[in-house]
Design a protein around this ligand. Sequence first.
Ligand SMILES: *Cc1c(COP(=O)(O)O)cnc(C)c1O
Length: 435
Amino acid sequence: MQYNSLNKQSLAVGFQEALFRGLAPDKGLYFPGNLPHFSEDFWRSLPEQDPQDIAFQVMKNFVQEDLSGEQLRAILAEVLHFDLPLKEIDKDLFVLELFHGPTLAFKDVGALFMARCLSALTPNPDNRLTILVATSGDTGGAVANGFLGVPGVEVVILYPSGKVSTLQEQQLTTLGQNITALEVQGSFDDCQRMVKTAFLDEEIKSQRLLSSANSINVGRWLPQMLYYILAVAQFQKKHSFEKAQELIFSVPSGNYGNICAGMLAHRMGMPARHFVAATNANDVVPRYLSGEEYQPKASVQTYSNAMDVGDPSNFIRIEELWGYERNELSQKLSSYAYSDAQTLAAMQHLHKEFNYLADPHGAIGYLGARKQQRKTPGKPAVFIETAHAVKFLPVVKKALGFEPELSPALQDLMARPKVSTEISTYEELKALLLA
Ligand SMILES: *Cc1c(COP(=O)(O)O)cnc(C)c1O
């Protein structure tokens, strides 16, 4: 597989180079040069296949020039070691729970896959590899966990001070070892901008082998296809292939990496009818799909903080998938924005009607699923629950009046001392990286 830069100025590269570069030299995102297409027989056979085998057959197309079959199988066994259950909570309403991984959010699969690929493909183990990553909440913990204790790798995480939940902050500031947390006086967009600047800084690059772990990285982005494909496999175990072709997927979206991976799988032939990008007050994409200009803005803070993104990095990949044709894209993708008040009401509704404890992101996914079902009655919908509700205790308390109990492991995490370094400018980040 060759990966092209979406800015079209840089040369195409293989998986290894796209993985290590993160962003192409022309600042474009990498995108697969030619998508594999799987036959209808393949999709029909999903329910009879082992999830590891499905994952192997899909992912090998994207990495086979660089990873051997055995390497890929070993990586997938380490990555897919927890459940990704699809649960029916009402007639034709399903929740896909992607929070059963080590840091309780869907980002574990992408972060683990990327970490294992980087370790397997490090060209020179003596050159210190630095993973530089900005997080709006869950990325930091997932990446830190994926790389914790990996020899020869340092992880530097930037997060916006006061804008992530306490549990999220504990997950990235208490690990120590090869993990450094930088607490940025600013927004997630500021963190992301600093990371992008560092990647283009020759002085830093002369001293460190830098790699990103944000959802722009193909190593994180691509394995997210597996959520959808494995969900369709579960769906078809109970329902038909024909019904799977009617599925609506509603995805809580911030940087649009997760939903874009689902749409990529659909482009490869995966059955689905429609995708919904459900989001909060950060509504660049809903506005665009309703006919307005595509107008990135400063992010605003909401209860669903992992989606507080004013300039979603991966949306361009969705555009690429649909040939930059808004009308065609609108046939496959709808996008709806919800306020904090609607988020709380949805959490209450899910708890009362279905005895389901949703986090604020999943609740927004639910609202998107229902809205699309009202437009196309009788179609089955899956909303994605991207994080466990315990990651957002204050919001759960506000919505439901009680706090779900923390497991002993989480109580232990909350009691650990936080270690972070405060920074507010790019120069401070640069000084730390050159030190
Ligand atoms: C990261 C995250 C999102 C947004 O995912 P994108 O791939 O950036 O769109 C949604 N919900 C939760 C809980 C997250 O951690």
